[in-house]
Design a protein around this ligand. Structure first.
Ligand SMILES: CC(=O)SCCNC(=O)CCNC(=O)[C@H](O)C(C)(C)COP(=O)(O)OP(=O)(O)OC[C@H]1O[C@@H](n2cnc3c(N)ncnc32)[C@H](O)[C@@H]1OP(=O)(O)O
Length: 202
């Protein structure tokens, strides 16, 4: 697989290493900030130069932690005809019955249980657990070490902070934010921010 990486910030580092672990060939990075190579990958220019670098057979990986930006750049890649391959670190454990959609990223030591669904451009970060039958919708982010128990549903672009724990079946609305370390036992409304144990709106 040959891919272009969009983004050269914090999340680009583990993405580059995960891509290398899968054996992918990285042709370069696009980022609006100027700078030199990152982890040996050359910087080819700003994101606006995407069209100039798109080529048949080339895929794109959007290595940006911010959910709305990852969704926007993913749409830009699709519009340029670039494939958005899912990235699954070889050290992740993914059930054969789980569904991983285009552009989704499952990082090292993450666990995806039976019949779970990881939506387009969603990010399941290092060591996070998405239990059986849980759903992570488009461009949501499950941060490192978070646990989604069975049948949990995370709305599009929502953020589940590092180490948060969501009880079985809890539903979280689109664009909601769950603070790191929160224990979520009740539904979270779209756009809400909750924190604490038990989690309450802040
Ligand atoms: C590889 C990686 O690093 S991936 C990174 C993944 N990112 C994360 O896990 C971070 C998740 N984000 C958070 O937890 C953030 O604190 C958020 C989204 C919940 C809130 O962020 P902001 O809107 O910027 O809120 P802010 O930091 O101003 O805090 C608002 C209030 O919530 C409190 N608060 C913030 N985080 C937490 C938390 N984890 N638990 C309890 N209270 C918290 C703050 O102390 C503050 O309280 P105050 O009003 O009494 O002073």
């Amino acid at each position: 697989m040959r891919v272009l990486v969009l983004g050269a910030g914090g999340h680009a580092r583990p993405v580059i290493e995960a891509l290398r672990a899968t054996g992918a060939e990285i042709t370069g990075l696009l980022d609006d900030a100027e700078g030199g190579p990152l982890l040996g990958v050359p910087r080819l220019g700003p994101v606006a130069a995407l069209a100039a670098h798109a080529a048949p057979g080339l895929g794109a990986v959007v290595a940006i932690g911010d959910n709305a930006t990852r969704a926007r750049l993913g749409a830009m890649c699709r519009a340029q005809g670039l494939a958005l391959p899912a990235l699954v670190h070889p050290a992740a454990l993914v059930s054969p019955s789980a569904r991983i959609e285009e552009g989704a990223q499952v990082m090292a030591r993450a666990v995806i249980g039976p019949l779970a669904a990881i939506g387009p451009l969603a990010l399941v970060n290092t060591g996070a657990i998405v239990e059986h039958d849980a759903t992570v919708e488009d461009a949501a982010h499950i941060a490192p070490g978070a646990v989604l128990c069975g049948f949990v549903r995370i709305g599009a672009r929502a953020l589940v902070g590092a180490g948060a724990v969501l009880q079985p079946g809890v539903a979280v609305g689109a664009d909601a934010r769950i603070a790191g370390g929160a224990a979520v036992a009740a539904p979270v409304a779209a756009g809400a921010t909750v924190a604490g144990v038990p989690a309450r709106p802040i």
